[in-house]
Write a protein that binds this ligand. Structure first.
Ligand SMILES: [Zn+2]
Ligand SMILES: [Zn+2]
Length: 575
């Protein structure tokens, strides 16, 4: 599907026009088209061919012509022309958190800034802070943003890595002579960001497999093509991604999977154990003198080292080797244990489907219940609900439940935590809800004391069951709030409040290590996809993996409870 690239192109045209100070109406038209293309689950090419696209309000004739040109030629003339009107490196500034097209326009026009390097100099020289409306505070925010950007380049999100892995594994599976295929590395461990994607394939004829891979249509650039390993940059819908394919003989497949999954620290520990037992462990197998005693099957490597099998999600050298030795590894939560989603939006706020669509989708996913949690009034850009609209929605949900079979809707709200720590709705209205998930959506750059106090105070409210995306981070885009995580975890335990594990791969918030802190303190976790569409429910696996990386078992996760049990858990905090 070309949707993502096309949406990006329209957004980029809007960015450039905004920087150049062009017509605001046209800019907002382009943004709207970008959003429509980005949001639709259907293939844009199909929508165009069937004439459906022309029927969507907001997609005018000139936009249609551009989309058609892109599908036919892979480029848009108007986009190319716009690019010639600005310095080539100027758009890189837009990746800096906190600057935006307006900021880029200002520094370009007033300070002749043409690149990130220019901007760094302008901040250092103080000319940036002297711009009207900017000041020292803004300069500090942008300087931090640049540092963050420089630190985070090269890492991709889990969903991007998975997309690349699916593309390549599907391709390899079709080749003749390939056996087992396994993703390895940080992707298999479901780390929150991935450097490059590692894929192992069992096969005899290494060179042929490598040649087929590096010659595949999705390959943008070949980095290396040897007898057993091919490295290439491949083009996915969202980003160019570095993928390594290794061809491994079947008798070493388990050992290779173990070795290339890592982490490095985990493997160091395993090799130490092997050495102590007078064995040798490498990517080809586990050897006693010259004899291979394990290799084809990964589980046998652990078994022969007198360890319980360690799930890849735990292989970080955070105590899992000791636990495997003493046979007390946790039985990790899996997607099969999940009976509910605790965070979804409908078209009453900024979602794109209604509660009954979500109920049906939840049922199809095998869930028993789902919490409808639209935004509250202070989240105005997300079309947050007024008290009246929420009261109405609660009624609708109760009515819908009378008709639904096999799945239950819980009436909830993602209610904003205001600047002073109070909530966006009064207690009387909150008491009508089944589930209240409170969230900070503004003032995320506030001081440690401020954001911590806001969160602590929200947990004191007897109707707040859970804190949504507790640190507010957006991976690769926005740093987490400077929140005292230990203090809020402790307070959650004291106030019978759960923490969300937001499953969106941009968030994964709480993160793995914080999940573990929460669990060890006795705090329950509620995994929510924060879905804004039916398709969004499929993100659940990312949240489950993140919780499992924090050593979560079924007992730690609220999503495993039945409707009756969750109702009584939720009520137990109330007066
Ligand atoms: Zn939110
Ligand atoms: Zn949300």
């Amino acid at each position: 599907m070309k949707n993502a690239i096309l949406s990006e192109l329209f957004n980029q045209m809007a960015d450039i026009m905004e920087i150049l100070g062009e017509d605001r109406f046209r800019i907002s038209t382009y943004r709207k088209v970008a959003r429509i293309i980005g949001d639709t689950p259907a293939d844009i090419e199909v929508l165009l061919a069937t004439g459906e696209l022309a029927k969507i309000p907001g997609v005018g004739k000139s936009s249609l012509a551009k989309i058609e040109q892109f599908i036919k030629t892979g480029t848009i003339t108007a986009h190319k022309q716009l690019l010639t009107k600005i310095p080539p490196k100027l758009l890189e500034l837009l990746a800096i958190p906190g600057i935006g097209p307006k900021g880029v326009k200002a520094v370009y026009e007033e300070l002749k800034v043409k690149s990130i390097a220019d901007l760094k100099r302008a901040i250092k020289a103080g000319s940036f802070a002297r711009l009207p409306g900017f000041g020292d505070k803004k300069a500090a925010v942008i300087a931090r943003g640049i540092a963050f950007l420089e630190k985070s380049t090269g890492r991709i999100r889990l969903d991007q890595a998975l997309e690349a892995a699916y593309l390549v594994t599907d391709f390899l599976r079709e080749l003749s002579g390939t056996g087992r295929i396994q993703t390895a590395g940080s992707l298999r461990r479901r780390a929150e960001t991935i450097g490059d994607v590692d894929i192992l394939v069992a096969a005899g004829k290494g060179k042929q497999i490598v040649q087929a891979f590096t010659g595949a249509g999705f390959v943008q650039e070949v980095l290396a093509a040897g007898p057993t390993k091919g490295s290439a940059i491949i083009q996915t819908e969202t980003a160019p991604i570095h993928v390594d394919v290794r061809v491994v003989p079947a008798e070493s497949f388990g050992a290779a999977a173990q070795y290339f999954t890592g982490s490095k620290q985990h493997n160091v520990r395993l090799r130490e154990i092997a050495v102590k037992a007078k064995l040798k462990l490498n990517e080809y197998g586990l050897f006693k003198a010259d004899k291979m005693i394990a290799g084809p099957v990964e589980e046998e490597i652990y078994q022969k080292l007198c360890l319980d099998y360690i799930d890849p999600l735990l292989r970080e050298d955070r105590g899992e080797v000791e636990a495997a030795k003493s046979r007390c590894l946790p039985k990790l939560i899996t997607v099969e244990d999940i009976k509910a989603d605790f965070h979804v939006h409908t078209n009453a706020s900024d979602g794109n489907c209604d509660a009954s669509d979500l109920a049906q989708a939840a049922k199809d996913a095998g869930y028993k219940y789902i919490c409808i949690t639209d935004h509250s009034r202070s989240s105005a850009i997300a079309n947050g609900l007024s008290p009246e609209r929420l009261a109405q929605q609660i009624k609708q949900i109760r009515k819908l439940n009378e008709k639904l079979k096999g799945v239950t809707l819980l009436a909830g709200s993602e209610v904003d935590i205001l600047a002073n720590g109070s909530l966006d709705f009064d207690d009387k209205l909150l008491a009508e809800l089944d589930f209240v998930i409170a969230a900070i959506h503004s003032g995320l750059a506030g001081s440690r004391e401020k954001v911590t106090t806001r969160t602590l105070k929200a947990m004191d409210n007897p109707y707040v069951n859970c804190i949504a995306h507790p640190t507010g981070r957006l991976i690769g885009q926005r740093e987490p709030m400077d929140i005292d995580i230990a203090a809020v975890i402790k307070h959650a335990a004291q106030t019978h409040t759960a923490f969300e594990v937001n499953a969106n791969p941009w968030r994964l918030d709480l993160k793995d290590t914080h999940c573990r802190m929460a669990i060890e303190t006795g705090v329950k976790l509620a995994i929510g996809t924060d879905a804004h569409s039916v398709a969004g429910l499929a993100l659940m696996g990312f949240g489950v993996a993140t919780a499992a990386r924090g050593w979560a078992t079924k007992a730690d996760i609220l999503n495993t409870l039945s409707v009756a049990k969750i109702r009584s858990w939720l009520k137990s905090k109330r007066p």
